[in-house]
Design a protein around this ligand. Structure first.
Ligand code: AMP
Length: 182
């Protein structure tokens, strides 16, 4: 099974859930920039304070802030891993490509978890996270379309893209993902 992976998908597509499951099952490292940023916010670090307002509004934290948080983690990568929620912009994708080249650990696959917008909104509303009010959810989906969806084409051109249908129950989607990555 492929072991150096990137999960791509709109907010609520199930990236975090599926990445956690697969990481546990295959002993991979789960690197979620959302989790890293939330940890900075709870610890009230200067980076956390800088990121908090943008996160609450459903916008994207600046590329330089995100890169400063992930850089060290990426330099120490070994074994298998899943990147979840990073990269989210083309600038981040280029930075990632350079970093992975330096450590000689190229991506093996990019998995797009594909879910339609109305389904996403319903799923996010039922999740009830603090940054999940309906207007913020709509904003996060818009931001995904505008800033992150160009990555689909970017990775497709590099021959790395796999697409999986993200609607259904968790186990069913996990099986589809395993087949895609085998
Ligand atoms: P997530 O848990 O992946 O949905 O991320 C929660 C929030 O953290 C997002 O709505 C963004 O504000 C911020 N965030 C997470 N990852 C990134 C990233 N790679 N680039 C910019 N902002 C990010």
């Amino acid at each position: 099974m492929k072991q150096r992976l990137l999960f791509l998908g709109a907010p609520g597509a199930g990236k975090g859930t599926q990445a956690s499951l697969l990481c546990r099952q295959q002993s991979l490292l789960h690197l979620s920039t959302g989790d890293l940023l939330r940890a900075e916010v709870s610890a009230k670090t200067s980076l956390g304070l800088e990121a908090e307002a943008v996160m609450n509004e459903g916008g994207l934290v600046s590329d330089s802030l995100v890169l400063s948080i992930v850089q060290k983690k990426l330099n120490n990568l070994q074994g298998g891993w899943i990147l979840d929620g990073f990269p989210r912009t083309l600038v981040q994708a280029h930075a990632l490509e350079d970093l992975l080249e330096k450590i000689n650990q190229p991506l093996e696959a990019v998995l797009l978890i594909d879910v339609n917008d109305e389904f996403l909104i319903q799923r996010l509303l039922s999740r009830g996270r603090e940054d999940d009010s309906e207007s913020v959810i709509r904003k996060r989906i818009e931001v995904f379309q505008e800033k992150t969806s160009p990555l689909v084409d970017y990775y497709s051109k590099r021959g790395l893209l796999e697409i999986v249908n993200g609607e259904g129950d968790i186990g069913e989607i996990a099986s589809r993902i395993e087949i895609c990555l085998s």
